[in-house]
Design a protein around this ligand. Sequence first.
Ligand code: ZN
Ligand code: FE
Ligand code: FE
Ligand code: ZN
Length: 278
Amino acid sequence: MEWPPDYHMHTPLCKHARGEPLDYARRAEQLGLLEIGFSEHAPMPQDDFDDWRMRFSDLDRYVASVNAARAAVPGVVIRVGLEVDYLPGLEDWIKRLAAWYPWDYLIGSVHYVSSDWAIDHPGQVHRWAACDPVEVWRAYLQRLIAAAGTGFFDILGHVDLPKKFGHRPSEVLWPLWRQLFATARRAGCALEINTAGLRKPCQEMYPALKLLEEACRMGVPLTFGSDAHAPEEVGAHWPEAVRLARAAGYRQVLRLCKRRGTTTPLLDPTMSTMDTRG
Ligand code: ZN
Ligand code: FE
Ligand code: FE
Ligand code: ZN
């Protein structure tokens, strides 16, 4: 069978990933993934905003490093996009990033629940103790709904990211999840299954099955991402991810090229294996 493309992968330009795009592409080829895509953490208007993304002046080098992987590994289709942080007020900046290059897709992610709290940052996890978890989730979801509503993004990244350290969302937030999926559907924005959650304290992919079922029921398209920050993470847990998608009701996977989507069937992985030897 043909595996879904892995559309969420990083490069050393973000300063917390290891291995060149070439190494990720070779790993994909070894696994039998026919299509992958890079989504490096996009620059902010100020390069000192934080220390875990590329600088604006790195964009050329980023595209060149992906092109080098394409030239060296012609058997794998390699897309190039960005993982863009959405914060209110960044709209003009995001438009500028979008226009900078003919990207294949933009992943919109909310990491910042306020101007200075990145919800997935291990060094800031103590901040949960000083807050009502429902209000943290509410602030996060309101930002993500706003991100979806901008129409700037092709994919929403790891939609239940605040569960990373184990703070699961309360049932009372259900209307906001439905609002998120309705907004995504209207904006033509997909969700991703992001397998990185399995490598985090929450020990579960993003998003949880119940959310994925509702997204599928509401007609939101689906992509897949490992959020690889090292070559050996490419395509990590792919059979499980496909099984989760199918359990949620998905039978199609979205593919993106120059920000135009097409769908292909999402086949049952039960009968196939993936060579996961290092
Ligand atoms: Zn990262
Ligand atoms: Fe992210
Ligand atoms: Fe990422
Ligand atoms: Zn990510």
